[in-house]
Design a binder for this molecule. Structure first.
Ligand code: FNR
Length: 383
């Protein structure tokens, strides 16, 4: 049997294989950023610039990667970030990711615009399922979504705040895939072999089932897009967050925070987690690099909420970098989808293995026996 660790020793190897294996427009959707992709690229260069000083003769035998977040134990401080239309990259991608997450003991955050429902993914993810919410405009629909997510066993709700307006995604457009302008023929042809995508995507809310039926009768994804535009509020307010806080009993996280002022306000409204992210460089090309703003946000939050980090994480080393800059937990978006696109379920497992193995290696170098001691590093050195 081929050894995946030899075939794909790094996330870049999974990405190279994915690029060959999936349709061009699906690759462009997954891999691209927005505008000139400056923020996407600086996510990497800024992470590379964080140096960690090794320490030896400390007798660390077997680093413990486990950590606790929102009262749940996770086997490593790395999770799978929400990626819309994962089923476009590979049929059943969401179920594969949920399965890898459950077996690996790390969180999988299902996107609102995924190809599977919370009812399908929740049980598959076991205790590891989170749900990312793009906010429904209608309060009834919102409550219905929250109930469905809760009944599916998911206890962490992530409100994404950094998509007040769809970004231009020039590379995606060049490939023929344009969400705003409807969906190209090429994409429709691809989706035709993924039954249920359209209905599953427009899946929210009994209150609007009639609307969904109307749109799906049209049997085109432009209808699904219209459903989303008509019923979802891209730019929610602080009052919206307040309402969500009152209605959701589980942990509540806001995703896409880049300014300490926003972090502070969210904390006063009672959120449990601040997710520092520039959406992997997909939203606003002048946005600061997430790792650069992380220390200041962590300082402002000062332990009153958990700090979650993403944008550019490709190695276990990057996880160590983010933890040393103030994060409690990291997520990665593209890497797990590169894995699924390269080698299905085994590829998702391999992406997680790469992160875990590299993290273990790095902790040996740093002489840090556990996650708490990594977080205690000051400017990359033992205090
Ligand atoms: C995303 N991301 C995202 N975020 C979110 O809250 N809801 C979503 O539906 C999506 N969809 C999505 C699709 C694709 C193709 C990508 C690559 C990303 C952002 C994602 O959750 C995460 O913030 C970034 O992917 C992190 O950057 P890296 O790890 O990809 O560098």
């Amino acid at each position: 049997m081929e050894n995946l660790d030899d075939l794909y020793p790094s996330i870049s190897d999974l990405a190279a294989k994915a690029r060959k294996r999936i349709p061009h427009f699906a690759w462009e959707y997954l891999d691209s950023g927005t505008t000139e992709e400056v923020s996407m690229h600086t996510n990497r260069t800024a992470l590379d610039a964080v140096k960690l000083t090794p320490r030896f003769l400390k007798g660390v035998q077997k680093p413990d990667l486990s950590t606790t977040l929102f009262g749940q134990r996770y086997e490593a401080p790395i999770g799978m970030a929400p990626v819309g239309m994962s089923g476009l990259m590979w049929p059943g991608a969401e179920m594969m990711l949920a399965d890898t997450a459950r077996r690996g003991g790390v969180p999988y955050c299902l996107s609102t615009v995924a190809a599977k429902t919370p009812e399908e993914v929740g049980p598959a993810a076991g205790d590891m399922g989170w749900f990312q919410m793009y906010p429904p405009k209608d309060a009834e629909v919102r409550r219905d979504v929250l109930k469905r997510v809760w009944d599916s066993g998911m206890r962490v709700l992530v409100l994404t705040i950094d998509v007040p307006f769809p970004s231009r995604r020039e590379r995606q457009r060049r490939s023929g895939l344009s969400i705003q302008a409807g969906v190209s023929r090429q994409m429709l042809a691809h989706i035709a072999v993924r039954p249920g995508w359209a209905l599953a995507t427009a899946r929210h809310g009994k209150a609007t089932l009639a609307t969904i039926a109307k749109y799906s009768e049209a049997q085109d994804l432009e209808g699904v897009r219209r459903y989303f535009v008509d019923h979802y509020n891209h730019n929610p307010s602080w009052d919206y967050l307040k309402a969500l806080r009152e209605e959701w009993d589980g942990a509540l996280v806001i995703k896409g925070v880049l300014d300490p002022v926003d972090a502070e306000q969210a904390i006063t409204l009672g959120v449990d987690g601040i997710w520092v992210s520039n959406h992997g460089g997909r939203q606003f090309d002048a946005a600061p690099t997430a790792i650069d703003v992380l220390p200041q946000i962590a300082q402002t939050v000062a332990g009153r909420a958990a700090i979650i980090f993403d944008s550019g994480i490709r190695t276990g080393l990057d996880i160590l970098r983010a933890l040393s800059c103030g994060a409690d937990f990291c997520f990665a978006g593209r890497p797990f989808l590169y894995g699924v696109s390269a080698a299905g379920q085994a590829g998702a497992d391999q992406a997680l293995h790469i992160f875990r193995d590299d993290l273990t290696n790095g902790m040996h170098q740093l002489g840090t026996p556990d996650i708490v001691s990594v977080q205690a590093l000051e400017n990359g050195r033992h205090p």
